[in-house]
Design a protein around this ligand. Structure first.
Ligand code: F6R
Length: 244
């Protein structure tokens, strides 16, 4: 529990920077799993600052995003591809070929193969070193809504009504929010060597306490993180306020 979100992001960015520098010195790459949404924006701002002011290079960083809305082209203002470029990638020296997101335009009949190919890519890159996560009010991580099993893999999912309502403002109305998304699975996420979940604000307090304190269940996919030895939650006091 940090003094505020900025303090949390300084610690998380510091951990990422140390790993990036250590690998760079050894001539090796770092594979990061990244999230979108409002939560990681401050973290990305801090990484951009480290790049600009402290010469942190992302030339040897490879990224894989958790998820993408199904049916949105990259150019859509709410696509995660666009979000990630605007909020992070456009401000770093990361080579474009090192950036990966699920393709939201893959036709349904080809989604299964595309999801397997996505998983193959990060496996071939050595697996995910550090996965950044937010948490949805349904307890989702990525777009693994309640009901997502511990061993679920990258796949097409149907978004929960609450998740679509939460996204309504960004899409200028709930009816414009896509009904489906492609997401890494819970099992996929749990294979990352390190997992850093971030949460800010009172709106996340209840779900965060349940994820940390309740018996792991697929009714609350974030609770499966309890079983991961390298998982840490970095939160502000408001998000921590329902912890017992
Ligand atoms: C985004 C993602 C989601 C969000 C979650 C919280 O890539 O996978 O799980 O992390 O919906 O969203 P925000 O941060 O907007 O509260």
């Amino acid at each position: 529990i940090h003094a505020d979100a900025d303090a949390a992001c300084a610690v998380v960015a510091g951990e990422l920077a140390a790993l990036i520098r250590e690998r760079q010195a050894a001539g090796r790459t770092v594979v990061l799993g990244l999230a979108t949404g409002s939560t990681p924006v401050r973290l990305y701002r801090e990484l951009i600052r480290l790049h600009r002011e402290e010469k942190l290079s992302f030339r040897h960083v490879v990224t894989f995003n958790l998820d993408e809305y199904h049916g949105l082209p990259r150019t859509h203002p709410e696509s995660y591809w666009r979000f990630m470029h605007e909020q992070l990638f456009d401000h770093l020296d990361i080579p474009p070929e090192n950036i990966h997101l699920p393709d939201g335009t893959v036709p349904r009949a080809e989604v299964f193969g595309a999801c397997r190919a996505y998983e193959e890519k990060f496996r071939a890159a050595g697996g995910i070193d550090v996965q950044i996560l937010g948490i949805g009010r349904t307890g989702h991580i990525g777009f693994n809504e309640p009901g997502s099993g511990r061993d679920s893999r990258t796949r097409l999912v149907t978004l929960d009504a609450l998740t679509r309502r939460d996204a309504a403002r960004d899409f200028l109305g709930e009816t414009n929010v896509p009904r489906h998304a492609i997401t890494m699975g819970v099992g996929t996420i749990l294979e990352a060597r390190r997992i850093l979940l971030l949460a800010w604000g009172e709106g996340k307090a209840r779900v965060l306490a349940d994820a940390v304190e309740k018996t792991p269940t697929d009714a609350l996919p974030a609770s499966f993180l309890q079983g991961h030895p390298g998982a840490a939650f970095h939160v502000d006091p408001a998000a921590a306020s329902a912890l017992t």
